[in-house]
Write a protein that binds this ligand. Structure first.
Ligand code: AMP
Length: 280
């Protein structure tokens, strides 16, 4: 595995791979890699000649009161995980190399970046779409891998790629969970043990909602019960509970065949997101 720090160098390497007809898979991450990230890496390795993983805590997707400074950065362990999982290139850019010269250009996917997580994190998705555009341009990836845990992000990136005629295929990968139910997240390290065990209740509540959907309950009843079940979790505060069309993120209607049930919940002072997709 080669570690590359310079965007120009990685682009040069990837261009020569493209010219040799090699397929390139990209896995963008912020590091503190766990089994969720590893599932994306494994998929990329299985589907491409070459896999590029980026580890970069992207400052422009964090609001001023968010956890940019305290976000975990266990880089040595990330390097080890990438090596063990047959990553070809680990891209470790810096703020200097990505945004160093007076940076003026942003990519924003309107409307669907303003709802759900976008309500409390108004600049978040603009930061994500901007950095992902840069990573796609640098890596020239044929395929890029995103977790469905960040479902809204996945839909936004797919829309961005469609709208801007980017040729990379966006692949959504299933949510990896602990046996107890909680979705793996680098931010779970912020949870105290009791809060972590309470947070398993989020998945249990989503499973109940999914069962109610397949039992034919109305969307408003499902939403109400889900809110009630989440509020049973100790020290929990709902940021949002939303039922939306799983392809467009429009508010769900009774005719939708695939409905996304998505939540953002604070347990203690740690904000967690999770979701499930219900199909008819
Ligand atoms: P992050 O490092 O949090 O920016 O995540 C990098 C990628 O890994 C994103 O596409 C996430 O959706 C994905 N990811 C994070 N946690 C999980 C998980 N538990 N299961 C599947 N994918 C995940």
């Amino acid at each position: 595995m080669k570690i590359v720090k310079s965007p120009q160098e990685l682009q040069k390497i990837c261009l020569s791979l493209v010219r040799k007809n090699k397929s390139i898979g990209l896995v963008p991450t912020m590091g503190a890699l766990h089994a969720g990230h590893i599932s994306l890496i494994k998929k990329s390795v299985s589907q491409n000649d070459v896999t590029v993983v980026s580890v970069y805590v992207n400052p422009i997707q964090f609001g001023p009161d968010e956890d940019y400074n305290k976000y975990p950065r266990p880089i040595e362990n990330d390097i080890k995980i990438c090596k063990e999982n047959k990553v070809d290139f680990l891209f470790l850019p810096t703020n200097e190399t990505l945004y160093g010269k007076k940076f003026l250009t942003y990519v924003a996917t309107e409307e669907i970046s303003k709802i759900m997580c976008g309500v409390t994190r108004p600049i978040h998705f603009r930061g994500v779409t901007t950095v992902v555009s840069k990573l796609l341009n640098i890596s020239l990836a044929d395929r890029a891998y995103f977790g469905l845990k960040d479902y809204q992000q996945y839909i936004i990136i797919k829309k961005m790629v469609e709208d801007l005629n980017i040729r990379t295929k966006i692949i959504g990968c299933p949510i990896v969970r602990e046996k107890t139910g909680i979705a793996l997240s680098s931010r779970n390290t912020y949870l105290k043990p009791e809060a972590k065990s309470e947070a398993n209740g989020i998945y249990a509540a989503l499973c109940k909602a999914k069962k109610e959907f397949s039992d034919g309950k109305t969307l408003s009843a499902i939403k109400k019960n889900l809110e009630k079940n989440i509020l049973k979790i100790n020290d929990s505060k709902i940021d949002y509970v939303e039922l939306r069309n799983a392809d467009t993120l429009e508010p769900a209607t009774k005719d939708d065949k695939k409905v996304l049930v998505a939540v953002a919940v604070k347990v203690g002072n740690v904000r967690l997101i999770d979701n499930t997709v219900c199909s008819k």
